[in-house]
Design a binder for this molecule. Structure first.
Ligand code: IFM
Length: 476
């Protein structure tokens, strides 16, 4: 029996019998490089109606018949609110530098404006202090999609008034936690909120209106810029940035129609966000394409959006292959496919990072999410529960190598965070898709670190000893 690194966490140190691990990524990551794991509030917390928490748009959306594949909701999720210490120990046992989590806006400000909920603020204070006590840097996200339902009733992100409510919310969180968190992200994946939530209607709040979706994207970006200004004016010392979901968009063939389609989708997914953030303008070809669906802006909006950031967060999962003829069958590429139906394409991450550096001269970049949903193999070995997930380990290792390749070519990479610490509520897919490096048995809420967690733990140990050896050599 191996002794756990942290007896309460139950995770084992990597032993010779550990799963066949892929070759360690060859790149040299500097000692300052931040390694982490990530989650979000709605996906893990549960306690949906406890201690004064308000309703979020995701609480409401889960009640819509057919909205969630397995008819589940976030009421209990990973029961994280009631298992905070156990989960903090799990994070610590991995040996990461940082933990990226989000604050549930309706938990701390139930109506999205006005009164604050002390119990909610106290929960996040316990989380942040618990991380610091374990030597882990808190990376806080303000908006990982769970807008207070009360604000949705007033128009949600489509209403310009929500911009100021968000700024006030950011300031309230800063007042309570800003002195102790390493970084604050305004929004996670604004494209998802706008497109999937307001144009395609497959995510909360389930609306289908392209003009509204584009207005939402503008308000998200504007609230990001204004929040940064307000936080800095309030003396916030945490590093400030935004997290975008980006993917290289590639034409299925070299036909002019496919190339044009790829250019347009690149505009809608990447340049629509990167151009205003780094060039204070929306891309003209996308504005032309949108016509009357383009968002209404006011003087000064674009300058506010382009407020300088301390970092850019990138969530990377796969590439997008597009054709003018319609959806592309990714199975045909012959690449491995995750349980979400996404191609495993690590070289796309290197390409993307190089492009960001070349075209936008971005600030230090964190890969704030990267990981894969795969079918896990749960077994009992020598009386011990084990979860074998070689595909996930391979996925993570190959993407870390892709980050290393970008770093080696001069991209200012600052960190990498695995999505996700725990299996959790995968939005419209419910609980069937598992991204965690720690398995969650939802019937018992028992956590079992998967082989990928053991691999990541060992990888981080090797990083540390490599970094220490380099420092010792330099001091000799
Ligand atoms: O689970 C999500 C996360 O909330 C946002 N980025 C993508 C992940 C996987 O779909």
């Amino acid at each position: 029996m191996l002794m756990p690194l942290n007896p309460r966490a139950g995770i084992q140190p990597v032993a010779p019998a550990a799963p066949a691990a892929p070759a360690a990524p060859a790149a040299h990551f500097p000692p300052s490089f931040v390694w982490g794991v990530a989650t979000s509030a709605f996906q893990i917390e549960g306690a949906a109606t406890e201690d004064g928490k308000g309703e979020s748009i995701w609480d409401r959306f889960c009640r819509v018949p057919g909205a969630i594949a397995d008819h589940s909701d976030g009421d209990i999720a990973c029961d994280h609110c009631h298992r905070l210490d156990e989960d903090l120990d799990l994070i610590a046992a991995l040996g990461v530098d940082a933990y990226r989590f989000s604050v549930s806006w309706p938990r701390v400000q139930p109506l999205g404006q006005g009164a604050w909920n002390e119990a909610g603020l106290a929960f996040y204070e316990r989380l942040v202090d618990g991380l610091l006590a374990r030597g882990i840097q808190p990376y806080l996200t303000l908006n990982h999609w769970d807008l207070p339902q009360a604000l949705q009733a007033q128009g949600g992100w489509a209403a310009r008034a929500t911009v100021q409510h968000f700024v006030d919310y950011a300031l309230g969180v800063q007042r309570r936690l800003g002195d102790r968190v390493a970084a604050i992200t305004t929004h996670n994946e604004p494209w998802v909120i706008a497109k999937l939530g307001h144009e395609d209607g497959v995510f909360a709040p389930g609306l289908r209106d392209r003009a509204m979706a584009m207005q939402v994207s503008h308000h998200l970006l504007l609230s990001h810029g204004l929040a940064l200004q307000a936080l800095r004016a309030a003396g916030c010392r945490a590093r400030l940035g935004i997290v975008l979901n980006l993917a290289p968009v590639q034409p299925a063939t070299d036909s002019p129609a496919d190339i044009a389609q790829a250019r347009l989708e690149d505009g809608l997914l990447l340049r629509w966000y990167l151009d205003p953030l780094f060039r204070a303008r929306y891309p003209q070809d996308v504005l032309d394409h949108l016509g009357a669906d383009a968002p209404r802006t006011e003087p000064g909006d674009l300058a506010a959006i382009a407020t300088a950031m301390d970092f850019l967060g990138i969530n990377y999962y796969s590439r997008n292959v597009v054709s003018a003829a319609g959806p592309v069958d990714v199975q045909a590429s012959g690449l491995p496919i995750t349980d979400m139906g996404w191609e495993v394409y690590p070289e796309g991450l290197t390409d993307l990072l190089l492009r960001l550096h070349r075209d936008y001269r971005v600030p230090p970049i964190y890969v704030t999410e990267n990981g894969g949903a795969f079918k896990d193999q749960c077994v009992m070995e020598d009386g011990e529960a084990r979860v074998h997930d070689p595909d996930r380990t391979e996925y993570i290792a190959s993407h870390i190598a892709a980050v290393g390749a970008a770093l080696g070519q001069g991209v200012p990479m600052a960190g990498y965070m695995v999505w996700s610490l725990l299996d959790n509520f995968e939005w419209a897919s419910g609980y069937a898709k598992r991204f965690g490096i720690v398995f969650v048995d939802y019937a018992t809420q028992r956590r079992t670190p998967k082989d990928s967690a053991r691999w990541y733990q060992g990888f981080l140990q090797r990083q540390r000893s490599g970094a220490k050896a380099a420092v010792d050599a330099a001091n000799r």
